[in-house]
Design a binder for this molecule. Structure first.
Ligand SMILES: C[S@@+](CC[C@H](N)C(=O)[O-])C[C@H]1O[C@@H](n2cnc3c(N)ncnc32)[C@H](O)[C@@H]1O
Length: 218
């Protein structure tokens, strides 16, 4: 087993480098591959606790940029260029609070549903979170903006990919090597936002919080 395959490698590295979570290396790999995040940008970080993505984003966007993070779990990160919304992203009032800081250059989501033990349910719950993040992005991303989301493979990812092709010039799948080998998560990346696509009524429906089958914290 080499260092990268050791399950503790990235956790130890994060601790040594002062990051709150090993997830930082997933975003770092995505960014070094696609060059998304730049000084002065305004970026939303969905599912940001404990805060390693916020740490990374805050360092790059600098004091002329802004990071708006949301999570219902405890968020540890603080910085002058980070605004935290503590709550559930699926709630309209929390989205309304985020959008007061928009429009945004990028929206990133590391949101993961609480797992149920049933892989199919977990995958579709993950897909639903991505669709919710996408619907928000369509209304609050600047032209040419980007979207990054974690998604569990085995749900509605094909439909999500097809939908994103209508809204972004380029759409890619990317699995960072820092994802745990056994994990079925991957990332979908949309670049060069062109505008909100025409969605079917069925696709629009997913936005309704009451249709969400995962556990709702509140
Ligand atoms: C893998 S963790 C994120 C780690 C984070 N990117 C970091 O680097 O510290 C996934 C997070 O998504 C959050 N989450 C899932 N669904 C959410 C929702 N509907 N609203 C807000 N946060 C959500 C969870 O509470 C959890 O903290």
């Amino acid at each position: 087993m080499n260092d990268y395959e050791n399950p503790d490698f990235y956790s130890r590295k994060a601790k040594d480098e002062g990051y709150f979570a090993r997830s930082i290396y997933k975003l770092e790999e995505i960014d070094s591959r696609f060059s998304l995040i730049k000084k002065g940008m305004k970026i939303v970080d969905l599912g940001c606790a404990p805060g390693s993505w916020c740490q990374y984003l805050s360092n790059i966007v600098g004091d002329t940029g802004l990071v708006v993070g949301i999570d219902y779990k405890k968020i540890l990160v603080t910085a002058p260029n980070i605004v935290i919304v503590h709550g559930n992203f699926l709630r309209d009032y929390n989205q309304a609070e985020i959008m007061t800081h928009g429009p945004f250059n990028g929206i990133v989501s590391d949101m993961a549903p609480d797992t149920t033990g049933d892989r199919l349910t977990d995958c579709f719950n993950s897909s639903d979170l991505v669709k919710d993040a996408l619907r928000f992005s369509y209304d609050h991303l600047k032209k040419s903006g980007f979207f990054v989301a974690k998604i569990f493979q085995g749900g509605d990812e094909k439909a999500i990919f097809d939908e994103m092709k209508m809204a972004f010039k380029t759409v890619k799948w990317f699995k960072p090597k820092s994802c745990r080998k056994i994990s079925f998560e991957t990332f979908i990346i949309g670049m060069d936002f062109t505008g909100k696509p025409q969605l079917s009524e069925e696709a629009e429906d997913i936005m309704d919080v009451d249709n969400y089958s995962g556990d709702m914290p509140w």
